[in-house]
Design a protein. Structure first.
Length: 201
């Protein structure tokens, strides 16, 4: 069922930014092209909202769970859509020469800027995205009203551009409910010219 979530998108504010940007469409099960020249495979259908080089997928509403994709972001761009892309020096931005520590700090600082609270990155370790070196991460945060969220994801830099895929869900129920499918999606991610996906999860 296609979700029209215009009035329910808020919280994990990497999505709040999308309110009013349009309707969600249906992503059928199977192989799906995602922004940035990557593809994924899902066992189930999702609802999707695309905006530029960012995509949000959800099953029950973005407040409860979602997958977030950022593909092919150029240097100087914020990694979450909705954060200002102008000259505001306080907004964390991606730069092509960032080392692993700086990438971890970029993720944490960016998530904080979305107004997520009690942000913790509990794991950040090497992974591969096809033939591209990247990083596997696990994290948690709380929404303003106190709802605790858990997340997993992976990020990588390819040809000086930034790529990221995340899955988040409520700690109480929604994370565990869909994490198996989310892990399959993350494992399946590949670039158009790559035959293999993530090496971890």
């Amino acid at each position: 069922m296609i979700l029209k979530l215009k009035n329910t998108i808020f919280a994990f504010s990497l999505v709040a930014l999308l309110a009013g940007c349009g309707k969600f469409d249906l992503v059928p099960a199977g192989n799906v092209s995602v922004e940035g020249g990557i593809s994924v495979n899902s066992d189930i259908a999702w609802s999707r909202l695309k905006t530029g080089k960012y995509e949000i997928w959800t099953l029950d509403g973005t407040r409860l769970q979602q997958m977030y994709f950022a593909g092919g972001l150029e240097e100087g761009r914020p990694i979450f859509h909705g954060l200002p892309s102008g000259s505001d020096e306080k907004i964390p931005r991606y730069f092509k020469n960032m080392n692993p520590i700086e990438l971890k700090e970029l993720f944490e600082a960016s998530l904080v800027r979305t107004k997520a609270e009690k942000v913790k990155v509990t794991s950040f370790k090497p992974a591969t995205f096809g033939a591209v070196p990247g990083y596997d991460l696990k994290f948690s945060y709380s929404l303003k009203e106190g709802l605790e969220m858990l997340g997993i994801g992976v990020l990588a830099i390819k040809d000086e551009e930034f790529y990221m895929a995340l899955y988040v869900g409520s700690k109480l129920y929604h994370f565990d409910r869909n994490v198996a499918n989310a892990r399959k999606i993350l494992r399946s991610i590949s670039f158009a010219k790559s035959k293999s996906g993530w090496s971890l999860f």
